[in-house]
Design a protein around this ligand. Structure first.
Ligand code: 2AM
Ligand code: CA
Length: 267
């Protein structure tokens, strides 16, 4: 069986090569297609980068399975064995509109347990990287453990959708949190927002709907620096189906559940 070290070494090389390809694509004309709606877009690069990972993983680890956003991997119905969960471009709208604020996200799960998490901020050339039990790193510099935080001193990443009429949460629940926090931000890439929480650049990230490849890599980064990770009800994440997500520095989780999400929590 492949060792975590071996998978990690390959994964890092592939992330860097994929990033170089994405940066090179800034000079070319993108081929953009609509997926489910006019704001849900996919480019030739999303597909090309997923194909690149599928080929590399298939050559190095033919017995492993791949769960990718663009569907070029396997039809995944369980997390048995080793599964590589990949988003070739997380934040495709940013990639198209801004050529920044997007990331490649990768998580390696063995029998449902996250072993390797990587998020590559391609524009900034910052590779966030975690191995379960061994800590999290930014460009090979170890990230320190997160310190306790409180809402009044926190910068919270949240999309404005969740405090306006929407189908997933009563906007009056999160509006007071937005009011009480020191500040809010929205970067438009869940993987990057997870990496920013792990690096202490923001204090929390809350969102109502993510797919497995949006968070499979990033949640490991946050866990490895002692951050708190759950869905919006306070339950363990559903890695296979996707979930809502609430990650934060220690202490913030409890404060947010106690003061703002009471009634929405299953605890
Ligand atoms: P994507 O660009 O890979 O689709 C934007 O707030 C974040 O949510 C991005 O990480 C984006 O990833 C993801 N996202 C966008 N639309 C989504 C949807 N309908 N369901 C789940 N995740 C989504
Ligand atoms: Ca994507």
């Amino acid at each position: 069986m492949a060792s975590v070290k071996e998978m990690d070494t390959y994964a890092k090389l592939w992330m860097k090569e994929a990033g170089t390809r994405l940066r090179a694509s800034f000079k070319t004309k993108l081929n953009i297609e609509m997926k489910t709606n006019p704001n849900d877009l996919v480019t030739n690069m999303d597909k090309g980068i997923e194909k690149f990972f599928c080929e590399k993983i298939g050559e190095a680890f033919p017995e492993h399975r791949i769960f990718g956003e663009e569907g070029m991997g396997n039809d995944i119905k369980d997390l048995k064995g080793t599964v590589w969960i990949i988003d070739p471009i997380d934040g495709t709208l940013n990639f198209i509109h801004q050529q920044r604020n997007f990331a490649i996200s990768l998580g390696v799960y063995v029998d449902g347990i996250g072993k390797i998490g990587m998020v590559y901020d391609v524009f900034s050339d910052e590779l966030y990287h975690a191995i379960k039990g061994q800590g999290a790193f930014l460009n090979d510099q170890r990230l320190p453990s997160l310190e306790e935080a409180s809402v009044s001193k926190a910068i919270i990443s949240i999309n404005a959708s969740w405090v306006t009429e929407n189908r997933r949460i009563d906007p009056s629940l999160l509006a007071p949190l937005v009011r009480d926090a020191r500040g809010t931000r929205s970067y438009g890439s869940a993987a990057l927002e997870l990496a920013f929480v792990a690096a202490g650049r923001i204090d929390a990230y809350i969102t109502m709907r993510l797919m497995p490849w949006d968070f499979a890599g990033g949640v490991l980064l946050v866990e490895e620096v002692g951050g708190e990770v759950s869905n919006i009800k306070g339950d363990k994440l559903d890695i296979l189906k996707g979930d809502s997500l609430f990650v934060s520095k220690p202490g913030l989780h409890k404060e947010v559940f106690d003061k703002y999400l009471l009634g929405n929590s299953s605890r």
